[in-house]
Design a protein around this ligand. Sequence first.
Ligand code: SF4
Ligand code: SF4
Length: 323
Amino acid sequence: MASLLWFQGGACSGNTMSFLNAEEPSACDLVTDFGIDIAWHPSLGMEMGENAQRLFWSFARGERPLDIFVFEGTVIMGPNGSGRYDLFADRPMKDWVTDLANQAQIVVAIGDCACWGGIPATAPNPTDSVGLQYLKRNKGGFLGADWRSKAGLPVINIPGCPAHPDWVTQILVAVASGRTADIALDDLQRPQTFFKTFTQTGCTRVQYFEWKESTEEFGQGTRKGCLFYEMGCRGPLTHSPCNRILWNRQSSKTRAGMPCTGCTEPEFPFFDLAPGTVFKTQKVFGAIPKELPEGADHLTYTAHAAAARVAAPKWAREDMFVV
Ligand code: SF4
Ligand code: SF4
């Protein structure tokens, strides 16, 4: 049985909420079908008070083997490097993270905050928050760029705000069943099986993207036009499977008419949430999107966009779906 300990740092508990909604497999399946011993979790742990502390220390001192350490939320360093803004079980959470990460065979960061600092680490970052092995796109974070777990692996990052529940449970099952070597990571330590493709892959609006036909305002139907040109959709720039592994098994943001805000990338929230930058496409010369689909350049894009608009068939300006 693989032992698992799940701690929360500077977090809203959103990733726990997401995890508890997992379906394939569910949180219960982890225990009953895949033999994971969830020794403690903030919402599921049975131990409280001194009993919980004894349990934590038994893992921290290496008296009980720890196979998987899951961390949700940021590591809070403030004030002045003391970590005392986030005390847990009588000591700064950051000290628990040091001890437990170094005892664990595998460490998994769940959600943006644990991966790269997320919203709490956005300027001015009043709590001095960092991710486990990154601060935004800069490698290092709390544990340091060269840190490795007992199994010799870097932190496995499963970003998202929150992460999709099945991304979490499927990786935990792979780790617990000894298939960690099969998890290929990208250059930000994200499992490629989820984060190699774009949010746009599988989006039902992609034909409007091709013909450069825009949704002009929220509420203009849920399936007409593409949200890239005016609404700031980051689907072509964001690595996630949100339109391949659907949310609640039936939908995604872009399918429901909501732009992708790029929550699986280290820069999220983009532009530090400055007024006028959310749900709005940033442009150059008043017309050309400032940020283009990954790999595109402005000259080629502009020529392609002009030709596509001229060539767009009549249906591309209409809602082609009937409910
Ligand atoms: S709505 Fe977003 S994800 Fe969908 S096609 Fe347009 S840009 Fe791509
Ligand atoms: S659609 Fe975009 S913002 Fe929404 S969960 Fe997926 S990656 Fe994050």
